[in-house]
Design a protein around this ligand. Sequence first.
Ligand SMILES: [Zn+2]
Length: 274
Amino acid sequence: MEPFQLRNDLYMSIPLLEELNPSIVAGFSTKRGGISRGDFNSLNLGLHVGDEQQSVRNNRQVLSEAIEFPLSNWVCAQQTHQDHIEKVTVTDLQKGVFDEQSALSSTDGMYTNDKNLMLTLCFADCVPLFYYHPKKQLIGLIHAGWKGTAAKISRKIVSEWVMKEGASLNDIYVFIGPSIKGCCYIVDDRVITSVGKTVHAPAQQYAKEVTKGQYAIDLSKINKLQLVEEGVKEKNIFSSSLCTSCKSDLFFSHRRDGGKTGRMMSFIGYKEDI
Ligand SMILES: [Zn+2]
């Protein structure tokens, strides 16, 4: 079953995660239902892409009302396709929510065990990964494009939880959201070599050579293989089959739209009396 389900025009939710804990609010926004125009039509949630700032703030407000999680409880990051993961606390609330400058700098992953704190990251093809550890009440979010995948950021958060937070591997759940898939994502030798080095599994499990030196690749599959090799239980990993490039009615796509486009947002927060 597809783990990401359209809740309404604005976002997809993750019913299996809600079943594990109804206090967790998590999902992936669509490009619908906002006020941005042109290349950013309409629910662009990225402040850094050249859209009107006030439109983006308005769009964020629209989403926050739909998910009933106030903007004053969000945290946003400046994403740089690297592997820095930040443990976020309530002292970080509102960073990057209303302006770019205050965002967590150079951060492509975040986690917390604080309540009423919405972790957010922006996407337009890269792989979003949502993490949950019930016993430790840890939640986390990762942004993995090919560079982040090559840097193994999706398994780095797992080792941090184990080493720093005393989390047990058996209890970690991961939900991998919509991203660009092999149907639409062709890369060269440099990329395939960089990401291929991160797993023992043979390349046929995540890529196919389409012409000489050109490969159709599915980054979400490599991230899943990395997680399994790190020790996360395969039965606890749930992957979306949705391609952000194919689903042009639902998603922005950096590659399909030629680089000038809006951003969807992945979000996860533990809600308690707000
Ligand atoms: Zn596709």
